[in-house]
Design a protein around this ligand. Structure first.
Ligand code: NAP
Ligand code: ZN
Ligand code: ZN
Length: 344
């Protein structure tokens, strides 16, 4: 085993700890993690983590540099800039895997943290650490020209909104609204704008209206203002809902245009839907999570071409507690990224 350092949950806090990484298997690469984004999912996991259960080291959107390669590795060399997202393995043989949708693997993909390693059954430990070991097939070359800190959030927040935008055919002329302007939401705005869509933001207050315009949105709907919600009725071909908490879908479905779709990618859990809200206008309700390997590679190429990265506040990893606390109270503009070099 190899030893590295990371931030492990203990007693409700993240504590700097020694972590074990596996010795490289034939198709593994070792990655020095330089930057890891702080996703709201990390907060959900930390809130529900119990001491004595499976170990928890969050972090599933990171960039770094390859520091070692197994004997069968062909796509990477030591020194290559690399990006890793929230899936690190899958069965490779089921229909979704064969279709390049490893995120829908029938055996459930191995998640970057809190997942189960497919070979030794251990719990995976995430990117809030200085080193990660991953199968080369699940790592991506970081395109030149993308800032490694600002690109890290593309690997979860970015791909999570890219897949539904693509699957729902967003392009020039599409009318897209993004509900919840946070980590996922601000990247959804940038990506939809770069795809040529007309974009609106739906947010709880008017506080982020200037930011939304700076991100490229042409319109802004305050979700707590019934008049604004009414004016937005039947207006959007696609509503991307990234809101991090359970909420009533009805107002968002009402904003979907005939034959359009509400795609719920933020809060994942049971929702109740009034079927009449779907019936009137033949509206669709969809969801998805993360993305397949080909879509992730496509997104990275697109981002390099269009200069799309996250708006980030980079903090030394020792300030991870502050980042999580501020994210929890909605004070992120728009993604915290940890600089892990302080773990050396
Ligand atoms: N499907 C997937 O694979 C996937 C992947 C990553 C994350 N997620 C989930 O997506 C959600 C968003 O993640 P994120 O990292 O973008 O979070 P975030 O940066 O905290 O953004 C969430 C946004 O939700 C809105 N919101 C509305 N009511 C809220 C409330 N009571 N508390 C907090 N936020 C509220 C806020 O937007 P306004 O201020 O504009 O109202 C906030 O900016 C999380 O639930 C996360 O677990 C899903
Ligand atoms: Zn995430
Ligand atoms: Zn599979």
């Amino acid at each position: 085993m190899r030893t590295t350092t990371g931030w492990r949950a203990e007693g409700g806090e993240l504590v700097r700890s020694a972590l074990q990484r596996r010795d490289l298997r034939a198709d593994d690469i070792a990655v020095r993690v330089d930057h890891c984004g702080v996703c709201h999912t990390d907060l959900h996991h930390l809130r529900s983590h119990a001491d004595g259960g499976a170990p928890l080291v969050p972090g599933h959107e990171f960039t770094g540099v390859v520091t070692g390669i197994g004997p069968d590795v062909t796509a990477f060399a030591v020194g290559d800039p690399v990006a890793v997202g929230n899936i690190v393995d899958s069965c490779g043989t089921c229909p979704p895997c064969l279709a390049g949708q490893q995120n829908f693997c029938r055996e459930f993909p191995a998640l970057t943290y809190g997942g189960t390693d497919r070979h030794d059954g251990s719990t995976t430990l995430g990117g809030y650490s200085r080193e990660y070991v991953v199968r080369e097939a699940f790592a991506h070359h970081l395109p030149e020209g993308l800032d490694p800190a600002a690109a890290a959030p593309l690997m979860c927040a970015g791909i999570t909104v890219w897949e539904p935008l693509r699957a729902l055919g967003v392009g020039p002329g599409s009318r897209v609204a993004v509900a919840g302007l946070g980590g996922l939401g601000h990247l959804a705005v940038k990506l939809a704008v770069a795809l040529g869509a007309q974009v609106a933001v739906i947010s709880r207050t008017a506080d982020k209206a200037d930011d939304a315009r700076a991100l490229g949105a042409e319109d802004f709907v305050v979700s707590t203002d019934p008049e604004q919600v009414e004016r937005a009725r039947d207006r959007f071909d696609v509503v991307v809902d990234t809101i991090a908490v359970p909420h009533d879908l009805a107002p968002y479905l009402k904003m979907v245009a005939w034959d359009g779709a509400l795609t719920q990618v933020g809060y994942l859990g049971p929702v109740s839907v009034e079927t009449m809200d779907l019936l009137v206008g033949r509206k669709k309700l969809t969801s998805s999570g993360s993305g397949g390997l080909p879509a992730t590679a496509e997104m990275l190429r697109f981002c390099a071409e269009h200069g799309v990265v996250a708006d980030v506040e980079v903090l030394p990893s020792a300030r991870v507690g502050e980042a999580l606390e501020r994210l929890g109270r909605g004070d992120a503009r728009y993604r915290f990224v940890l600089d892990l070099s302080d773990l050396d």
